[in-house]
Ligand binder design. Structure first.
Ligand code: GDP
Ligand code: IMO
Ligand code: MG
Length: 428
């Protein structure tokens, strides 16, 4: 029963795409369980770079089946665009891709609502990707969403879309003075996408459970990160799904008892995009240097990422919430030019030091990080593939982190490409 979940441990962009692509070699099936095209997963090989938003990061391995699960919200326009790019790159989508028949759909009024809400100063700004993620998950929970199975029957799809359209039209007009385009034009556009997508829609629940029964190796791909989880993250500055490991069960329809490995991906420092608390954020030269050295600009929106030091409080929390039993440490090479490297071991707030993640935003926003300092290795680690070849001080930093977080490292990533990796163990 080899089922592994790979999750981001911070605020997303930990390098999950690179790592899942690499780990896919060991799997039969790669299944994405939540989020939508807010995700941007970068994969580099053979001097080519791809950014995947919806399609699982195993797609570049011919013969591996890629599943988009029921927990994902699918924008048909974004999916079709991504499918076209992959077809151009020579990927045999018909052989490799299936979509759950129970996934909710993102429609144009969702992104209109998302962007309008974000641009109104009278509402709280989250710094979303503007992709309609929140409004579509809100419709799902309100039980008015449209699902992929509704694509199977054109007249039912029309009926559902029209009912939703009427409601959204009124809301958007009243709240933001926005007029939606004519329904018929929107419906015909959706029909165009439906034609491309229809044959990929399958009962993936049964497919995955049968695969589990046959002892196939399944890798469940998380998007975003633990601190962006709607329940466990820095609410309300989070995304609208459960990006933590539990989301794999609800987002794919697989039982919790089938999961026997959870791998966390974490950067050797921390980044975040959008609003919200970030205790170890650096608004100084070191923060800028991390952004420059790490090319920390959003893979989806191009926004500069906020940068800061590694946070042990956060990492231990991610281990606990997800049940992480192995960690992949990424972007260690980005620290090559730092003479001093800091690691946060606690949050000092109102005279007390916390070593557990508080729920209270005020504490997260106003705490002072307690730092341990390390001497940097000041040497090039880009592309190193053997642990022994790492500079002694880099090894000391890595071993210290592993000790502080309390989990062994499965891999250490030393550059963006597949080959820039130190493998210390296997996934299954
Ligand atoms: P994801 O959302 O977790 O898949 O991460 P992103 O793709 O959004 O961002 C990670 C960025 O770092 C991408 O540009 C990757 O190509 C790059 N990357 C991944 N691992 C490494 C690494 O070990 N070193 C360096 N320098 N870059 C890396
Ligand atoms: P990957 O999978 C980093 C952030 C947004 C915003 C918040 C809510 O590439 O790691 P949303 O559009 O989801 O409603 O925005 O979540 N966010 C991400 N940040 N990486 C991501 O995905 C993200 N997906 C959403 O910036 O702060
Ligand atoms: Mg990303």
């Amino acid at each position: 029963m080899p089922v592994a979940v790979v999750v981001g441990m911070q605020w997303g962009d930990e390098g999950k795409g690179k790592i899942i692509d690499l780990l896919s070699e060991e799997a039969d099936i790669v299944a994405r369980y939540q989020g939508g095209h807010n995700a941007g997963h970068t994969i580099c090989f053979d001097d080519k770079q791809f950014v995947l938003h919806l399609i699982p990061s195993g797609i570049f391995h011919p013969g591996k089946l890629c599943v988009i699960g029921n927990g994902v919200v699918i924008d048909p326009a974004a999916l079709v665009e991504e499918m076209e790019q992959l077809k151009e790159a020579g990927v045999d989508l018909e052989a490799q891709l299936v979509l759950s028949d129970r996934a909710n759909i993102i429609l144009p009024y969702h992104s209109t609502s998302d962007k309008s809400r974000e641009s109104e100063s009278r509402f709280q700004k989250i710094g979303t990707t503007g992709r309609g993620i929140g409004p579509s998950y809100a419709d799902k929970i309100a039980r008015v969403g449209i699902r992929t199975c509704d694509f199977l029957d054109e007249s039912r799809l029309r009926e559902l879309y029209q009912a939703n359209y009427r409601e959204k039209k009124q809301i958007l007009k009243n709240l933001y003075d926005i007029d939606l385009p004519d329904f018929e034009a929107m419906f015909q556009e959706l029909m165009k996408f439906r034609e491309v997508i229809l044959k990929f829609i399958k009962n993936t629940h049964t497919l995955l459970r049968e695969a589990i029964a046959e002892n196939k190796k399944i890798l469940c791909e998380g998007a975003q990160g633990t601190m962006l989880d709607v329940d466990h993250g820095t609410y309300p500055y989070v995304t609208s799904s459960n990006s933590t490991a539990g989301g794999a069960c609800t987002g794919l329809g697989i039982p919790p008892t089938s999961i026997n490995r959870v791998v966390g991906v974490i950067k050797a420092y921390t980044t975040r995009v959008g609003e919200g608390p970030f205790p170890t954020e650096l608004n100084d030269g070191d923060g800028e240097k991390l952004r420059d050295e790490g090319h920390e600009f959003g893979a989806t929106t191009g926004r500069p990422r906020r940068c800061g030091w590694f946070d042990v409080v956060l990492a231990r929390y991610a281990v606990a919430v997800n049940g992480i039993d192995a960690i992949v440490l990424t972007k260690i090479d980005v620290l090559d030019k730092f003479a001093t490297i800091k690691v946060c071991t606690g949050y000092k707030y109102k005279g007390q030091v916390y070593d557990e993640m508080p729920a209270d935003l005020d504490c997260l926003e106003n705490c002072e990080p307690v730092y341990a300092e390390f001497e940097g290795w000041m040497a090039n680690t880009v592309g190193i593939t053997s642990y022994d070849e790492l500079p002694e001080k880099a090894k000391q930093y890595i071993e210290k982190l592993s000790g502080l977080v309390g989990v062994k490292f499965l891999m250490i990533s030393t550059g963006p490409a597949r080959k820039h990796t130190i493998c210390l163990g296997s996934l299954f």
